[in-house]
Design a protein around this ligand. Sequence first.
Ligand code: 4NP
Length: 151
Amino acid sequence: MKTRVLMVCLGNICRSPLAEGILASKLDPTKFEVDSAGTAGYHVGELPDRRSIATAKLHGLDISYQRSRKFIKNDFKTFDFIFAMDQSNYNNILALAETEADRKKVYMILNQISPNSNAEVPDPYYGGDQGFENVYQMLDEACAIFAKNNS
Ligand code: 4NP
């Protein structure tokens, strides 16, 4: 059985597509499946934001195969780990949880780096390109720790 990891942000076009691409690149695809979703449905069916695609490409990753989808209740059954980018995503995910088992799967992604800090990956949507590189660097560090501890 593969271990399944879901990355979640608000729109599933900026942060979580980068998180999906970065983590997938660090894990054995025969053992892990990585996906992403948004708590809001504003961008369903769309490609990642062009700035996320460009930032990933700068680091040798292709995330242009991804399409935005909304987080659904059934994701609690499908996935083993559900990582929120910020507190608002975390709260929105938990609001859909029905069991203690569901709730236990949900984590703040940057707690991989600093346990219990509840630090947030800032939403880069309304900012410039540097915001996307900043997000990339945070996620790369967090995903490297997850990959090391779970491979
Ligand atoms: P994301 O960024 O949650 O990292 O995908 C956003 C993308 C779109 C919007 C907000 C955040 N929006 O309001 O459309």
